[in-house]
Design a protein around this ligand. Structure first.
Ligand code: ACM
Ligand code: ZN
Length: 576
């Protein structure tokens, strides 16, 4: 009996001890939390990518609490604030209120229009008891919110357990605007097709980096990816190829008679509208690319009458070189077909720029084709090079008649540029240099370092990629304005673009691997002024940004770390 009593007493003592320990722990936590509201951050703790133009870091911090709200001026700002409020809802389990028009009170985030700022510029002022974001345009508020998002703990990206996070933002004053207005990324959805949901995900993750142009390479020999109502066979036939995914890209046998084409896919016009609207709400313009006169065997498989030979053609399951299956430039019905296609495309995409490809057209068939020869003669053209120029100029007239601007790869310089065209320079920067000197706007996307289908680390440790190697550090160092350009020509360089061709990118996880973190490096090269570029600082921020990528679930590459380790180990080895 006494024994049992002692046992009960000792149990009570243990329980009391545990309770006391718990109370002490709780008090410590509360104490730490109250201290934390005064927590001061150092610059090396901040993972702003791209780096901001000017920043003054202060003492202490602002805490987001359940009572914190956003006070905005209009419906557009309400949507932007609502995006961050929704992230809190998922991450914290509570959603800050967004109020249109409201009085001043403490611990709120205020949006205030400041008309003197540039289109994408913003000011972000974080004080201990309140935050103010100023911008002239919605895009500026959006970028201010992206910066605020990056100042918040990484758990804001995805914290489904609703674990206790102290939602602190350092006291800081930021003044920011981009160096270049074209900060682009292209995804080839023809060589491999990526469903709409993947595209939306990519748009989301590009917007975190303040990328503002997203080019969809919708047409190539391996698949036509956009529904065109007037020509249903473009997707009924053109969107599908035989599945040769088990074979090397460059040696895939063509479709055999009787073989069914089952591999591929396409975006309906409803899908496209959703993609465009989703991107718009993240201040990204989607630019459609409809390839011509080459890179379109998929279209000719559906409508062979628009070729020189009449076909037949099948959608290519892999690589084919040179690209001789091209539209007939002597046939007026080809142009009527392309105008119909472009009309539907233009109705779907509000983008000022319509990309018409224009690259790598082999003129073998044009040399043989009676209609093409007749066209050369009738138009007084010198050769097939000028016939290509005739083709592109004719298409430009149509695009201009719809109030849009033609954008094409640098081959559109050959035989003379269309008068209003903008050039995307991919075979190095020479095309961009020539075009800008002729007074044309250009976007720089030279293979080195802007092609993200190239390797990003030691080849023997990387999945199969396309040829060369574009390291993270090389992307970071890229300056889109070539040194040889004078001031006047340099003004025509709108910015730059990364291109992800997908011959060796069979799924979306792989597309993410090739894109991140290299897109972060390009984003900083294009957004941040040269004075704040610093590889050491970027490298530190990338380590922190990766924690955010982990939360989002981005399948990013760590190849640059392998390079860093190799580079460090080399001098040690050479000392032996
Ligand atoms: C291209 O890489 N052919 C534009
Ligand atoms: Zn022809």
């Amino acid at each position: 009996m006494i024994k049992r009593f002692k046992l009960v007493l000792s149990k009570i003592r243990i329980t009391m001890k545990q309770t006391v320990v718990r109370i002490i722990l709780l008090l410590c936590t509360c104490f730490l939390w109250s201290c934390n509201s005064n927590r001061t951050f150092t610059e090396r703790e901040l993972a702003l990518v791209p780096q901001v133009q000017k920043m003054t870091l202060g003492q202490s911090s602002f805490r987001f609490k359940k009572s914190t709200g956003f006070v905005v001026e209009n419906a557009e700002q309400e949507v932007i604030a609502g995006q961050l409020a929704s992230m809190f809802e998922k991450a914290a389990g509570w959603k800050p209120q967004v109020i249109v028009g409201g009085g001043e009170s403490s611990n709120q985030v205020y949006f205030k229009t400041e008309p003197s700022l540039g289109e994408e510029a913003y000011l972000l002022d974080v004080k201990k008891n309140g935050i103010i974001i100023k911008a002239a345009q919605p895009a500026g508020f959006f970028y201010g919110i992206q910066t605020l998002r990056q100042l918040l703990p990484a758990e804001i990206e995805n914290n489904p357990t609703h674990e206790n996070v102290d939602w602190l933002v350092p006291v800081v004053s930021i003044s920011d605007s981009p160096s270049f207005k074209w900060r682009g990324y292209m995804l080839d959805v023809s060589r491999h097709f990526f469903p709409k949901e993947d595209i939306l995900r990519m748009i989301d993750n590009l917007s975190l980096h303040k990328i503002n142009r997203f080019q969809l390479h919708l047409v190539d020999g391996n698949g036509w990816r956009i529904e065109i109502k007037k020509y249903p066979k473009l997707t009924e036939i053109g969107a599908w190829r035989v599945n040769r995914e088990d074979k090397y890209w460059g040696s895939r046998p063509k479709q055999q008679p009787g073989e069914k084409a089952t591999y591929g896919g396409f975006y309906t016009q409803e899908d496209i509208k959703e993609i465009v609207a989703y991107a718009q709400s993240r201040y990204i313009t989607v630019i459609p690319e409809i390839e011509m006169p080459a890179h379109n065997t998929s279209a000719l498989a559906a409508y062979p009458q628009f070729s020189c030979t009449g076909g037949p053609f099948t959608v290519l399951p892999g690589g084919s070189w040179p690209i001789t299956d091209i539209y007939c430039a002597g046939n007026d019905s080809t142009f009527l077909f392309l105008q119909d296609v472009l009309s539907e495309v233009i109705d779907l995409f509000p983008s000022k720029y319509i990309h018409i490809g224009g690259d790598e057209a082999d003129k073998t068939e044009w040399k043989k084709c009676p209609k093409c020869k007749k066209r050369i003669k009738a138009e007084g053209l010198k050769d097939e090079g000028e016939l290509q120029s005739y083709f592109i100029k004719r298409i430009e007239k149509f695009i201009n008649s719809k109030g849009r601007v033609l954008l094409g790869w640098d081959e559109i310089l050959e035989g003379g540029l269309p008068p209003q065209a903008t050039v995307m320079s991919w075979r190095g920067t020479q095309g961009g240099i020539d075009a800008s000197r002729q007074g044309h706007d250009v976007v720089m996307s030279p293979e080195v370092p802007c092609y993200f289908d190239h390797y990003q680390g030691p080849k023997d440790q990387e999945p199969m990629a396309f040829g060369g190697c574009n390291l993270l550090s090389e992307v970071y160092k890229f300056d889109p304005v070539p040194k040889e350009l004078d001031k006047e020509a340099a003004k025509h360089v709108l910015g730059a673009q990364a291109n992800l061709w997908t011959e060796f990118v069979p799924n979306f996880k792989h597309a993410e691997y090739m894109t991140f973190p290299r897109i972060a490096a390009l984003a900083e090269a294009l957004w941040s002024p040269k004075e704040v570029h610093s590889w050491d600082s970027f490298w530190n921020r990338i380590q922190l940004l990766q924690k955010r990528y982990d939360r989002i679930g981005i399948n990013y590459s760590k190849s640059a770390s392998k390079i860093a380790v190799q580079a460090q180990s080399e001098p040690a080895n050479s000392n032996k």
